[in-house]
Structures are given as C-alpha cells and as structure tokens.
Design a protein around this ligand. Structure first.
Ligand SMILES: Cc1ncc(COP(=O)(O)O)c(C=O)c1O
Length: 406
C-alpha cells in the first residue's frame, strides 16, 4: 500500500477516472489536472469573470480578490513573499525575465555565468544568449556518471572570481537528480554571485521552503504542478526586483506615464505587463491548495515509494540502462533509461499502443544527452496518482518491446 493510495487520489483526476485505457507516466512533461483546479477556473468564468486590477465594480473586485488570493496562498505555501511572487507565462519566461532584466543590467564583458550539465534548455539558453550578447563567459559544472553535480568543480569555477550568476535546476527533468540547492546558493553567495534556481520539477514533488533555500530567484511552472498551462511563477528577492528594469512594457506595469517620463509600478506589477492570465492564476491557486491538502511530505513519500519500486523492477530487464542516481533518496519521481535493442521512440510508441504514456527524446537537455553519449532516452515519470500497478504496466511493456526487437 503506497502512502497516498487510501485517499483515492486518482479518482480526483477526470482524465484518469474516465480513461481506463490510460496509464499516465508523463507528469514531468505536464501533469494531469485535478477536479478542484477545473472547478476553480470554471467558477471564475461562470461567476466572477472580469479583468483584474483595473475596475471597481463588484465583479472586478471579486476577480481581483481571487487572483491576488492565489498569489498570496502560493507565496505562503512555499514560505515566500507575495510582493516578490510574479506571475509569468511559464518557467521559461520566468528565467528569461531574470536573464534579460537583471542580467543585462548586471552582467558584462569578462564576467562569468555558471550553469550545469543537468540544465533544461530553459535554464541554459537564456544564459547562453546573455553571455554571447554581453561578452561574458558561460561556465558549465559537470556531472559524474550518476548525473550528480561535481560541487568541487563548482567551487573551482567560483574561486576563479568574476561569477555573477549561478543558475541550477532543483531537480533534473532528464536524470532525476535532486541537487543540494541551499548549499549551492550558499556557495554562490560566498563568491558574490546571485543564485537562480529552476524549481519546475521540484515544486510538484518536494517540500520547498524558499526562505531556507535563500535563492535570489526561484522559478517554476504551473502545468507541472497540477495547475493549468499558461501560468508560471518567479519568486524574486524584493531588493533585486525593486532595482531591476522591467522586462516587458505596457499596461499595469507603470505608476505613471507622461510623454517624457514613465515610472514603474512596484513589484510584482512592474513585471506583469498586460492583462494577466486570470483564470490560470486562480487555477494555480487551487493546485496549490490541492497539494497543500495532500501534504508535501506525503507526496514525496508516495512518489519515493513508486520511484524505488520502478528502479527495482526496471533493473530486472536485460540491456536496460538507467540514467541518474541509483537510489530513490537522491532522485525525483522519474526514471529515464535506454534499452540496448530499441530506440527510445520505438519504446514509447509500443508502450503508447498499450496505453502507457511515457516520453521519449532529449527532454530539452541536450548537453546532458551528449555527456552520456545518447541522443535520447525513454522517461517514465510519476505523480500523486501513480501506483505500483502503473509501474508493472511499464515493465510489462518494456518486456514486450524486448520480445518484439529480439
Ligand atoms: C526542469 C525544467 N525546467 C524548465 C522547464 C520549462 O517549463 P515550461 O516549458 O513550462 O516553461 C521544464 C519543462 O520541461 C523542466 O522540466
């Protein structure tokens, strides 16, 4: 019996309740949506729809209250500050906001920006572009054979001086590695750099305490955390947000506009130009409530159990190689693997024909694929609704692939 099984979590996801033919093992790509999130968005559209922050009639005040309430609950859930909690389109936009707005103002020729071999392209490409544009050097911290970061290499880069930014993922979407982000933030600060953490894979599955991690910026994305698509979050240190120029200009992000002078609004409005994704923000607030109600310690314990079981079962399969840490304590709720006799896309297709939904590809982590000498892997990822029976379906499917290709 796994930790969350008694709460009949799967029944709260309409797709899973209605589609008995689906074994959904792709939550690291995007999670399924629980009923309370759909209800919260429906409630906004059906009963409270108006634009936010602008009008004073009751309907608009209700919409603003729902939207701002979602921000406050999201910040409080992660022990963050609502003023420094910015709604973005997704994690990609959140990280680009930092790279463009803070980066262009603070990184110059000869400076160093430090990333790692584990990064999703969202936490690699914006820094690559910044470095090219301003003449800074991009330093890449390597990983060992279990896709664990080489922190001595990080220290060597930082000791060389000139580091302005250390940008690291909390949990790798491609290898599953959980990085010691609070420790990395301390090392970055000791070297005079800011720390930017990509928490896209961490927020849905680990207890995250922003005050404890103490990053300058922490980005994540709603659609992997049981929220809707089109909404992400950037938590930023308020002093930095106050000093930064805006990212995008337009309505809502200003205090005043004259022909010869524009003054910015206070954060978070300063970084939320244009009409907000209102329903999506409200939906994300409901996703946060859903996770808070389950309890992140229980979520982690459940997914740890499923991941440990998957690791144990998958190693039975001849010719199968798992990428990333060997034990579930050091990895998030996913297992990426290769099989000697079949391409990841063929594996995903055969599994798909059996209803088992996994992802195949480079997972937007091509530097990591190159490090391990592969073009792609197959990845099964788990969520609050996953069961050991789902893992059995995965393993049976991979055995079938072996039979077909042998
Ligand atoms: C670790 C990580 N960072 C960033 C992202 C980007 O998320 P989004 O496409 O929602 O911006 C992903 C999505 O796959 C991810 O797994």
């Amino acid at each position: 019996m796994t930790v969350l099984a008694d709460t009949a979590v799967a029944a709260r996801f309409p797709v899973l309740a209605e589609r008995e033919d689906v074994v959904y093992l792709d939550s690291a790509a995007t999670s399924q949506t629980p009923r309370p999130v759909l209800d919260a968005m429906d409630d906004y559209y059906a009963r409270h729809r108006a634009t936010v922050h602008r009008s004073v009639y009751p309907l608009a005040a209700e919409a603003t209250e729902l939207f701002e309430g979602a921000r406050e609950r999201t910040a409080a859930w992660l022990n963050g500050d609502a003023r420094g909690t910015i709604f973005t389109k997704n994690a990609t936009e959140a990280i680009n906001l930092v790279a463009y707005s803070w980066g262009r103002a603070n990184v110059g020729p000869g400076d160093r920006v430090v990333v790692t071999e584990l990064e999703h392209h969202s936490n690699f490409v914006p820094w690559f572009v910044l470095c090219k544009e301003v003449g800074a050097t991009l330093e890449v911290v390597p990983v060992d054979d279990e896709a664990t970061l080489d922190l001595d290499a990080l220290d060597r880069v930082l000791a060389a001086g000139g580091a302005k930014v250390v940008a690291v993922g909390h949990v790798s979407n491609a290898a599953g590695t959980i990085n010691p982000v609070a420790d990395i933030v301390r090392r970055a600060h000791a070297a005079g750099a800011i720390a930017v953490i990509d928490g896209s894979q961490a927020v849905p599955q680990l207890p995250v305490d922003l005050a404890e991690i103490d990053a300058d910026f922490y980005a994540w994305t709603g659609h992997k955390a049981y929220g809707p698509t089109g909404i992400g979050i950037l938590h930023g240190r308020c002093e930095l947000l106050d000093a930064m120029p805006p990212f995008i200009g337009g309505g809502h992000m200003i205090a005043s506009v004259a022909l010869d002078e524009v003054r910015w609004a206070e954060p978070p409005g300063k970084f939320e130009a244009g009409t907000s994704a209102v329903a999506e923000g409200i939906g994300l607030g409901a996703a946060v409530d859903f996770l808070r109600e389950l309890g992140m310690a229980s979520v982690r314990a459940h997914e740890h159990d499923i991941t440990a079981y998957a690791l144990e079962r998958l190693v039975e399969i001849p010719g199968l190689q798992i990428m990333g840490p060997r034990d579930a304590d050091r990895r998030g709720a996913l297992v990426a693997f290769t099989l000697d006799i079949a391409h990841p896309h063929d594996i995903a297709e055969i599994l798909g024909s059996r209803g088992v939904c996994i992802r195949a590809g480079h997972h937007c982590a091509q530097p990591l694929m190159k490090r391990f000498g592969v073009g792609a892997t197959s990845r099964a990822s788990f969520a609050v609704h996953s069961t050991r029976a789902d893992v059995d379906a995965l393993v049976d499917g991979v055995h079938e692939v072996r039979r077909i290709f042998a």
